[in-house]
Design a protein around this ligand. Structure first.
Ligand SMILES: NC(=O)c1ccc[n+]([C@@H]2O[C@H](COP(=O)([O-])OP(=O)(O)OC[C@H]3O[C@@H](n4cnc5c(N)ncnc54)[C@H](O)[C@@H]3O)[C@@H](O)[C@H]2O)c1
Length: 433
């Protein structure tokens, strides 16, 4: 395939070399003439294992060249991959100027092109960039998106220092697109890559790098804070974290990563508080660990505010224990929300098939009696009674009984757990989806 690569930095130079190595004819484009000259001399623009040999060989094979002439590059390719920089601005946002300038020059070039052209955004960009790039190209070219050209979001996952190996072994190749021709074009360009293709919504493709990199930064900072506490305690932090990582059920796993309501229960709040207090005793700053509880409190406040925004007076709560399949009410986040709603004069009815007041004992009973002394009057045995007497239904857990319930169209649903069978309800509201 004939491909143009815009931006000859880390991502662009690796893409240029690897796409050529895989048999494509590749033209690099950069506004920096030194980088253009380096490629045309058969030299890499970056320092990276194996890249010098790849660029030299593919230059000799006649499969790579570079230019500062966008028109020439667009006319001689069917796919343009944008790898220009998106550095931070002083206000923290990404600087999108290089991206939009590139879109403008590709748009101008497309004016005189008659065949369909695919533009792939490889840089890390703000959600919504794909639409803006499409609009800029339409304005500059006078052509129509998805008729004359398509814009795909196709983020890059390589890391400097292992860029070539990462290029060929990503976790997956993400294609955010609504255009079948463009999806197949990108699949063809990356067919030598050892990874499955994931065709997703455009904005999901645009968000994934932000989330990946923020999570990686969170992992580094969490591990560092753990290490600092361990050092004070004389605990070998690497032995500890090796053990931690061996738990692929709950630690290094898919557990606890679905957006939704706050955590609660008898263990997470207590042990987290214990760890951050331990750090405090050592005069250690642990901003990540110490902020987790605050984040959880914010989530409860968000739910409370959203419930108030509905202005509903009669509210039904489906699920009151801290998670499905238990009757444990200790530190159940919805209990705190209910307590505040009662304070605002709301009428509350609750259904939870695992919670029967007569069977509660010990700390569980004393916790709920302190928080909601009239819970006996609020808790109903019949889920339909709760639904029929409420304007707003809050769903806190995905128990089978709650999942299969039928909710009349005139009720408002506020789902904190995402029950997909309810998403077609006309008054359905998901917490964070
Ligand atoms: N570096 C990485 O490890 C890495 C990994 C994955 C994704 N990314 C993302 O990929 C993008 C590129 O990163 P990078 O590290 O390769 O950047 P870089 O700064 O090394 O290179 C960007 C290149 O774009 C060129 N450029 C700017 N405007 C241009 C224009 N109008 N036309 C043509 N070229 C233009 C610059 O001259 C420069 O050579 C960023 O969004 C970055 O966040 C980077």
């Amino acid at each position: 395939m004939d491909i143009s690569v815009f931006g000859l930095g880390y991502v662009g130079c690796v893409s240029l070399g690897c796409l050529a190595q895989d048999g494509n004819q590749v033209i690099g484009v950069d506004i920096n003439s030194t980088k253009v000259d380096l490629i045309n001399d058969g030299k890499a623009t970056i320092v990276e294992k194996d890249i010098d040999a790849i660029i030299e060989k593919e230059h000799q094979n006649g499969r790579i060249s570079a230019t500062d002439d966008t028109h020439d590059a667009v006319m001689n390719s069917s796919l343009s991959i944008i790898c220009v920089g998106t550095p931070s601005l002083n206000n923290g946002h990404l600087n999108m100027d290089y991206m939009y300038n590139t879109a403008r020059s590709i748009g101008k070039a497309l004016k005189s092109k008659t065949s369909f052209h695919v533009i792939s955004i490889r840089s890390t960009v703000n959600p919504g960039t794909n639409q803006v790039v499409g609009r800029i190209i339409e304005e500059e070219s006078g052509k129509q998106r998805n008729v004359d050209f398509a814009v795909v979001s196709n983020p890059e996952f390589l890391r400097e220092g292992s860029a070539i190996s990462d290029y060929y072994n990503p976790p997956y190749t993400v294609i955010g697109s609504d255009n079948e021709v463009a999806i197949n074009c990108v699949k063809d360009a990356f067919k030598s890559i050892n990874a499955p293709f994931k065709v997703v919504d455009i904005k999901v493709a645009e968000m994934i790098k932000y989330i990946n990199n923020s999570f990686h930064a969170l992992k580094v900072s969490f591990a560092n804070e753990v290490g600092n506490i361990c050092k004070k305690l004389g605990v070998d932090s690497h032995e500890l974290m090796n053990l931690f990582m061996e738990d692929d059920h709950l630690n290094i796993s898919k557990a606890y990563l679905r957006p939704g309501f706050a955590y609660g229960g008898s263990c997470l709040p207590k042990d987290l508080k214990g760890l951050s207090t331990m750090a405090h005793d050592f005069y250690l700053e642990t901003p990540v660990i110490s902020s987790i509880e605050n984040s959880n409190t914010c989530q409860k406040r968000l739910v409370f505010d959203k419930i108030l925004d509905t202005r509903a007076k009669a509210i039904g709560v489906l699920g009151i224990s801290f998670k499905a399949g238990t009757d444990d009410l200790r530190s159940s986040p919805i209990v705190e929300v209910i307590e505040k709603l009662i304070g605002k004069g709301k009428e509350i009815n609750i259904f939870d098939n695992n919670v029967q007041i007569s069977r509660l004992i010990g700390k569980n009973k004393s916790f709920i009696m302190e928080k909601l002394p009239h819970i006996g009057n609020l808790l109903k045995e019949d889920i339909t009674e709760v639904i029929n007497s409420s304007e707003l239904i809050i769903i806190t857990n995905p128990s089978e009984e709650i999942k299969s319930v039928s909710i009349p169209d005139n009720k408002i649903i506020f789902d904190l757990t995402r029950i997909q069978s309810l998403e077609n309800h006309p008054n359905y509201n998901g917490l964070s989806w």
